[in-house]
Design a protein around this ligand. Structure first.
Ligand code: GLV
Ligand code: MG
Length: 317
């Protein structure tokens, strides 16, 4: 899997609100997306583009991953969003978020336009990534092709609100359980997105939870996708950030264990360790499949800035 950025919490910031743009800089979210799409009224979009360019160029984002959500390709706005934002602040931008992606061609169109704008402004071609939102029935059907449509794609992001609108799904709260359905109505969708993402080595990000004041309910919804393997979730309110950072990071214990497995397996497969294909770590038998699982957990822990609290000692003899 390509080098992973930590994306446990992904804070939505409306591009039309300069106060929120300023405030977002001091918050502990792993990633921000400055929104030109659904959080900006049509009449506010031209001003929002300028605010977003200024907020990126002013700096102060620390190590936060900086992304901007452009409008989708069925609108009149996508090309102007890209030309203004990448042309105005491309060097300060990590990824563009493309909403309501229907198929691979829409990702390729963004890739082509980005490449041209990068060239026109002397930017490094191909550095800016793409996050593809899967939030329509068509997008879900094409999720695998979307994930592999361009080497720029870094994540697939679930958009539950638009997905419910697209499919007619009923729910009381986006991402919450429905009293008339025995189980999580989003389970199948989340797994489909996760599998499409993992099949192509990109991250899987869960979408927003709209009941912003109910942090326990947010945490419960986040746990459901974290258990499946999702890398993070959107947060709409600063109060959701700590919960997301906690839920999507591996625990210290799981992280330490994953690093020990990697060391033990490296040792066992080395000439000095006997070039064995499996080994014991304490009472646990480990092999290549254990190493793969450990790599995922260690990768998330490293990306989240955890450090080891134990070290591996090879067995005697
Ligand atoms: C996010 O964009 C959503 O539609 O839920
Ligand atoms: Mg949406």
């Amino acid at each position: 899997m390509a080098e992973l950025r930590s994306r446990r919490s992904n804070l939505a910031v409306p591009g039309s609100n300069t106060r929120f743009l300023e405030k977002a800089k001091g918050l502990p979210a792993d990633q921000v997306f400055l929104d030109l799409e659904d959080a900006c009224a049509p009449l506010a979009k031209p001003g929002a583009r300028k605010n977003v360019v200024a907020a990126l160029n002013e700096g102060g984002w620390g190590s936060t991953v900086r992304t901007v959500r452009v409008n989708d390709w069925t609108t009149a706005w996508t090309h102007t969003d890209v030309i203004e934002v990448v042309g105005g602040a491309g060097a300060e931008l990590d990824c563009l978020v493309l909403p309501k992606v229907a198929d691979a061609a829409q990702v390729q169109a963004l890739d082509l336009l980005l490449t041209q704008v990068e060239k026109a402004h002397g930017l490094e071609v191909g550095r800016i990534g793409i996050e593809a939102q899967i939030e329509t029935a068509q997008g879900l059907l094409n999720a695998g092709a979307i994930a592999s449509a361009s080497p720029r794609v870094e994540t697939l992001v679930f958009g539950p609100a638009d997905f419910m609108a697209s499919t007619g799904m009923r729910s009381l709260a986006v991402g919450a359980l429905h009293p008339d359905y025995p189980g999580d109505p989003f389970h199948h969708v989340l797994v489909q997105i996760l599998v499409a993402a993992r099949a192509h080595g990109v991250q899987a990000i869960d979408g927003p939870f709209l009941q912003v004041r109910d942090v326990p309910a947010f945490t419960e919804a986040a746990r459901r996708s974290a258990v499946l393997g999702f890398d993070g979730k959107w947060v709409l309110h600063p109060g959701q950030i700590d919960a997301a950072n906690e839920v999507y990071a591996p625990s210290q214990e799981d992280y330490d264990h994953a690093e020990l497995i990697l060391d033990a397996y490296d040792w066992a497969t080395s000439a000095a360790g006997g070039a064995k294909g499996s080994a014991m770590l304490g009472d646990e038998m480990i092999d290549e499949a254990s190493r793969k699982m450990a790599l995922v957990i260690a990768g998330k822990g490293r990306a989240a800035g955890l450090s080891r609290t134990s070290s591996y000692t090879p067995p005697e003899g």
